[in-house]
Design a protein around this ligand. Structure first.
Ligand code: ADP
Ligand code: MG
Length: 244
């Protein structure tokens, strides 16, 4: 393969910058040292955040691949850069919940961290302008956001990811409360897991102390984000490093 060269900036998101490369199938992703809340309305610089999330996401995507769950991750290039397979993003956030928190807890007035017998699946329409509203499957169909077959495939993969992520985090002494995934379509029309899996996109709680180990410490101003993400990476490295 010819040497890969970084190309034009395609998109500046809230957490990452996406660049083209000389290979049309490959994107160059730079994880930023920046945290946002309230859909970008609050934004601050956070030391090391890009490095920590890039490493955490790289380890998790690699683990998923090893466990038969395909995803867009190709390789980590440097502290803040990873290469991914370019897909056509489906503008839906797929949320899987194993226990009550956040909007679910507020909406249904159930106690924090009430465990669910089976995982809850929700979709949100990805639109900063509309504040990512909840969207159900008939609304997805009405707006022609994705076909029923694609929605079914996202659900299937999301539940597989949930099973594997729960196992990873359990081995780290962490309860996986909920998380968000984003999927895209390959040129062949295959649904492929994309974007990131990190403490930005997961709700994680220490099994012993119930302390938050995710972006909630930033959203709620209850702790230092860098310290917490370092803790997650340290535990993840211990678990993934000891794998066969
Ligand atoms: P946002 O502010 O929209 O959350 P991010 O900072 O997370 O953005 O940047 C990532 C952007 O790139 C998102 O719009 C995401 O949907 C998109 N993206 C993630 N993975 C891929 C991929 N493999 N191919 C194309 N776009 C992707
Ligand atoms: Mg994002």
């Amino acid at each position: 393969m010819a040497e890969l060269v970084k190309g034009a900036l395609l998109y500046t998101g809230k957490a990452k910058e996406m660049y083209a490369t000389n290979d049309p199938e490959i994107l160059w992703v730079e994880y930023l040292d920046q945290a946002t809340a309230l859909n970008g309305k609050r934004k601050v610089a956070v030391t090391e955040k890009g490095l920590l999330n890039n490493r955490i996401a790289s380890l998790i995507f690699t683990d998923l691949k090893q466990h038969g769950i395909e995803n867009h991750f190709i390789e980590q290039l440097s502290d803040r850069v990873q290469l991914v397979r370019r897909v056509q993003m489906i503008p839906l956030e797929t949320v899987v919940r194993n226990a009550a928190s956040g909007s679910f807890e507020r909406k249904f007035a159930v106690p924090h961290l009430t465990k669910f017998a089976t995982p809850v699946l929700e979709f949100f329409y990805k639109s900063d302008q509309l504040d990512d509203p909840f969207i159900n499957e008939s609304q997805v169909a009405a707006l022609d956001v994705a076909s029923a077959a694609v929605v079914a495939e996202m659900k299937r993969q999301a539940l597989l990811v949930n099973t594997r992520l729960q196992a990873i985090f359990k081995a780290m002494g962490i309860q996986l409360v909920d998380f968000k995934l984003e999927f895209g379509l390959t040129d062949q029309g295959k649904v492929l897991l994309a974007d990131e899996i990190s403490p930005d996109s997961c709700r994680l709680v220490d099994q012993q102390t119930q302390a938050s180990l995710d972006k909630d410490v930033f959203r709620k101003n209850t702790g230092d984000l860098t310290t917490v993400y370092q803790e997650v990476l340290q535990r993840l490295t211990a678990v993934e490093g000891s794998q066969a």
